[in-house]
Design a protein around this ligand. Structure first.
Ligand code: FES
Ligand code: FES
Length: 109
């Protein structure tokens, strides 16, 4: 399976309503973060459902790497830096490392 996209490197604070069910975006592609908008089609990802037991703020994971599921557990602090924050040389080193280590799968022409 592909890696989820990092929608952002911090949680989304959302006021939820008790008894309501929310479909959290697991793939990172939704334009309606932190919730699913159907953009996961064809990625192998599916939204994760969250049923609110009480009304109030919930910090939904924005980086899509939380070990706690839909809510932030601080894992965003351990993510590698964004490519845009790296120098051209650092980006090239990361690209070469990814080429060696990651299975990019077959890309149809
Ligand atoms: Fe990301 Fe649906 S759009 S899981
Ligand atoms: Fe994903 Fe915090 S935003 S773990």
């Amino acid at each position: 399976m592909q890696e989820p996209l990092i929608a952002r490197r911090s949680p989304y604070a959302v006021n939820v309503e008790a008894g309501e069910t929310y479909a959290w975006c697991a793939c990172g592609r939704s334009q309606s973060q932190p919730f699913c908008d159907g953009s996961h089609q064809g990625t192998g990802f599916a939204p994760k459902l969250f049923k609110a037991e009480q009304s109030g703020p919930v910090h939904f994971c924005g980086c899509k790497h939380s070990q706690a599921g839909v809510t932030c557990d601080g894992s965003h602090k351990t993510l590698p830096p964004a490519a845009s924050s790296l120098s051209a040389e650092e980006q090239m080193k990361r690209f070469e490392k990814d080429l060696k280590e990651k299975d990019w799968g077959h890309q149809p022409c």
